[in-house]
Design a protein around this ligand. Structure first.
Ligand code: M6R
Length: 613
């Protein structure tokens, strides 16, 4: 959940390079930050609580002068797990003599035992973190070779790690390793980088090596050696990053979130491009690597995901059941992992994850594999762990999503799920004509979303009106039930307003007790099957004096007249309507948070990718 970046080489000034890279990584964690550089006289460290900006401000000209001959450096932006986000707990951490400095993502589960053992030997700890135990352990294992020391130390720890280490004795060398937390090496000409994801590397190199679990790499400017923890060399290929640097910048927008909301028409078009077969009325998803016979053999689908991706998965359930007649279960990934799920022959476990690194989703993939399921994934980040471990799947091609609130990943995940259901449906009961009809609906998705974005100003006005509310409800039915959940999640995570998403029918089984004139309800009242029932639910809310914001289909004549405010969504088929509808809710959440002056791209307590349980 934290961000790591490291550099070795003499082509750039190390401190500004690492600080710039940290800014690009800040979306992964932003409660404290630090940097350590390897100079001829030893290791110099600077840390601070707060955001990377605070660290940048702390870099004095004297300090810069002191470290001007540095040949390598490591930097970190933290999302606190062990110990509050203070300067002392910020990474990098060192051993007592400052011979080694380490940045770490993940959690060392057995750090207390290691700490107690080392303390009994007289080692003094200064922080409350699990990471510091690893720094002291490396010092204890050191016999003259940094890589061997790191490997020996890592053999003693349980838990997860992505690390980068420098040492006083080996200036210019970075040792990096991973288990359960991603590490990527950026390959340059006479320079090299280490990072927790590719985003900080984009301005410098597009050539990367993804480490596998239990890989350990010795990174020098002109040479990268990778081995496993038993010191056996392993070979990892150099991959090319397809993302453009511009895609990871705000491009004149106030926040990444609004940029990413506005990017959706193009992102959806990219996700769909080349994937619809207009001759056979099906979809082409080569990465799935399923023949028609393979598809026909799938008798059940279990979707595992978290957060926004889980809501996309819930829509997938409707798609697969309606179009392909395949029973689907959707599991919060952690629940799947711990509840001993039943996997039968023909069960497909489908993981959905923007980052491809979410710890619980990854664990669900591993559990499903172990139990003999066919596994596949829908991910955005190319080369991410889930994408690699499932071995088959579909990439979103949505471009980097930097805002912590997921937006374009959701719509692209839904678009891909539709394509998958179409493919599975065509291998089952769906006729060619129905396939064509669906394709022509899906083709409209990007334009429908654009239409909603064009009406953003009206949504902004409504958002401002309700921005001071303390509680919100979002209700929906059928295809718009997961959309209601997603609308509530968006609002709560960036505006800090308490917002609950409910099935409209569930409201009167308890939550309705909370409604009064201060609790607005956003009602998904689009022209889809079940509209008459949702209008009944809307009336129930009004009867409790709750202000109602109705989401309606253009041309609506009934839901509108019972609501205090309404947002119009263009008319579309059942399958596609969730896309423009959710975009309206994303905009609503964004403008509400903006009105409240919230930190939209980096909401409190959150991180972009949740790599711990
Ligand atoms: O990268 P993933 O899609 O696996 O992430 C899952 C959730 O952590 C993520 O969707 C989270 O809920 C977002 N903050 C939602 O906006």
């Amino acid at each position: 959940m934290c961000g790591i970046v490291a550099y070795t080489g003499k082509k750039r000034e190390i401190v500004p390079t690492l600080l710039d890279a940290l800014v690009r990584l800040e979306y992964r964690g932003y409660d404290s930050a630090g940097i350590a550089v390897s100079c001829p006289d030893g290791i110099e460290i600077l840390k601070t609580s707060g955001k990377v900006k605070a660290l940048q401000e702390k870099v004095s000209s004297d300090w810069k002068e002191k470290v001007k001959d540095a040949v390598a450096g490591i930097a970190h932006t933290r999302w606190a797990t062990h110990g509050p986000p203070t300067e002392i707990n910020a990474h990098p951490h060192t051993d007592e003599k400052k011979n080694f400095a380490l940045v770490h993502n993940g959690i060392i589960d057995n750090y207390s035992a290691i700490k107690e053992r080392l303390q009994a030997k007289g080692v003094k700890f200064s922080s409350e973190t699990d990471t510091e135990a690893l720094a002291h352990l490396i010092a204890e294992c050191y016999m003259g070779d940094l890589c061997n020391a790191v490997a020996a130390a890592l053999k003693q720890v349980t838990g997860t790690f992505g690390i980068a280490v420098i040492s006083r004795d080996s200036p210019g060398v970075i040792v990096a390793a991973r288990k359960g937390s991603p590490i990527v090496i950026g390959v340059g000409e006479d320079e090299a980088f280490v990072a927790s994801d590719v985003s900080p590397l984009l301005p410098y190199t597009k050539r990367v090596i993804y480490l596998n679990d239990n890989d350990i790499a010795v990174v020098r400017p002109d040479r990268i050696d990778i081995r496993n923890m038993d010191n056996i060399p392993v070979s990892r290929e150099v991959a090319h990053i397809g993302w453009d640097i511009k895609a990871a910048e705000k491009g004149g927008h106030e926040h990444f979130m609004i940029k990413e909301i506005f990017e959706q028409p193009e992102a959806i078009a990219n996700a769909l491009r080349g994937r619809m077969d207009t001759e056979l009325g099906t979809s082409k998803l080569d990465g799935l690597n399923f023949s028609e016979t393979d598809v026909a053999g799938i008798s059940r689908i279990i979707i595992a995901a978290c957060g926004t991706s889980l809501h996309a998965g819930m829509l997938g359930e409707y798609f697969f059941e309606d179009l392909a007649n395949i029973p689907v279960e959707v599991d919060q990934a952690a629940e799947f992992r711990y509840r001993n799920p039943i996997i039968q022959k023909g069960t497909l476990a489908l993981a959905i994850s923007q980052s491809g690194e979410t710890a619980d989703t990854l664990a669900a993939v591993r559990e499903a594999k172990l139990k003999g399921a066919i596994v596949a994934s829908i991910c955005n980040v190319v080369g991410s762990t889930i994408a690699r471990e499932t071995g088959r799947g579909v990439y979103l091609h949505a471009g980097p999503e930097i805002g912590v609130a997921s937006t374009k990943a959701f719509t692209c995940e839904v678009a891909i799920l539709l394509l998958m259901a179409l493919k599975f449906g065509r291998a089952a009961r769906l006729s060619r004509q129905s396939g064509f009809a669906l394709i022509s609906e899906i083709e409209k998705a990007s334009g429908l979303v654009k239409n909603v974005i064009d009406g953003a100003q009206k949504i902004e006005k409504i958002a401002r009106k309700y921005a001071r509310a303390r509680d919100f409800f979002f209700i929906g039915r059928g295809y718009l039930y997961p959309v209601a959940l997603e609308g509530a999640l968006k609002l709560k995570e960036i505006s800090y307003i308490h917002a609950e998403g409910y099935h409209a029918a569930e409201l009167k089984h308890g939550p309705i007790a909370l409604l009064d004139e201060n609790v607005p309800v956003v009602v998904m009242a689009n022209d889809l099957p079940g509209k008459d029932k949702i209008i009944g639910n809307l009336q129930e809310c009004r009867a409790r004096k709750a202000p109602v914001i109705a989401i309606v289909t253009e041309g609506d004549k009934d839901a509108k007249k019972y609501s205090d405010d309404f947002i119009e969504i263009p008319r579309a088929s059942d399958f596609v309507t969730p896309l423009p509808t959710v975009v309206a809710l994303q905009l609503f959440a964004y403008y509400t948070a903006r009105e409240r002056g919230c930190s939209i791209d980096q909401p409190r307590n959150l991180a972009k990718s949740v790599t711990v349980e």
